[in-house]
Design a protein around this ligand. Structure first.
Ligand SMILES: *Cc1c(COP(=O)(O)O)cnc(C)c1O
Length: 242
């Protein structure tokens, strides 16, 4: 018997996977072309453990300290094969800490941040805290508003070159969050175009992190390979993360 929270997460997860599956079929894509990244920020490590037992292995977090505490709590339970994704804005002075636990970072958006994350990754590799380079997704600004995070489209190619050439990092693809006030369909169409361009120079950078609880169907239509879903799986967060 699943207890209350486990039963609830199990039911929400089934519904969400069916929703993703339907979106893939509607877009003419294979059902396994899109992965679910549960976003567990603001929810306890015990929820991550439940989702792990339900078969999930990747988890998204947006704040370094909260994530590091969860990673430490779960390490004692020996959940092997778990991969943590840093999806939130990242300050340079947190890069070393993030490199200790993040398998993938979705929010690299400047050369200075990439340099710091590369140094952090090499230090973590040398210290035996990780065995693989940090997978990096470049967060692209879709409205060129510098206050919201994301590299302006015009600077994307140079940043991709830098990350691809930085020891300790591996360039895996792109990430985007539709700007407020912009129709998500238009935003995802734009990121799809930028991705096509990126792939001509970096054919292995195939990941596209796009789509959340509200707009995952549109993101999947435009080529998303991983959807970052919090609310539609976990329920409403206790406080907003904006
Ligand atoms: C919180 C968060 C999400 C999840 O958003 P929901 O609308 O709750 O699905 C996705 N991406 C990022 C970057 C986030 O910070």
């Amino acid at each position: 018997m699943l207890d209350g929270r486990a039963a609830q997460l199990s039911a929400e997860l089934s519904g969400l996977l069916a929703r993703i599956d339907a979106a893939c079929r509607a877009a003419g894509r294979a059902p396994d072309a899109v992965r679910l990244l549960p976003v567990t920020k603001f929810f306890p490590a015990s929820d991550v453990a439940i989702l792990y037992r339900l078969g999930r292995r990747e988890f998204g977090e947006s704040r370094e300290q909260e994530a590091a505490a969860k990673v430490a709590a779960l390490r004692e339970q020996d959940l092997s094969g778990i991969h943590w994704h840093m999806i939130g804005r990242l300050q340079r002075n947190k890069a070393r800490a993030v490199a200790r636990w993040a398998h993938t970072v979705h929010s690299v958006d400047s050369e200075r941040l990439a340099t710091a994350l590369g140094a952090g990754a090499r230090a973590a590799l040398e210290a035996g805290e990780r065995t693989e380079p940090v997978r990096v997704l470049l967060q692209v600004s879709l409205d060129d508003d510098p206050t919201r995070g994301g590299v302006p489209a015009g600077d994307l190619a140079a940043l991709a070159e830098q990350v691809a050439a930085t020891p300790g990092l591996s360039l895996a693809g792109l990430m985007a969050i539709p700007p407020l006030g912009v129709e998500s369909d238009a935003a995802f169409a734009r990121i799809a175009t930028l991705r096509t361009l990126l792939l001509t120079e970096h054919p292995d950078a195939t990941e596209l992190s796009a789509g959340m609880s509200e707009d995952l169907e549109s993101a999947i239509e435009h080529g998303s390979t991983v959807v970052r879903v919090g609310t539609a799986l976990m329920g409403a967060r206790p406080i907003t993360s904006a």
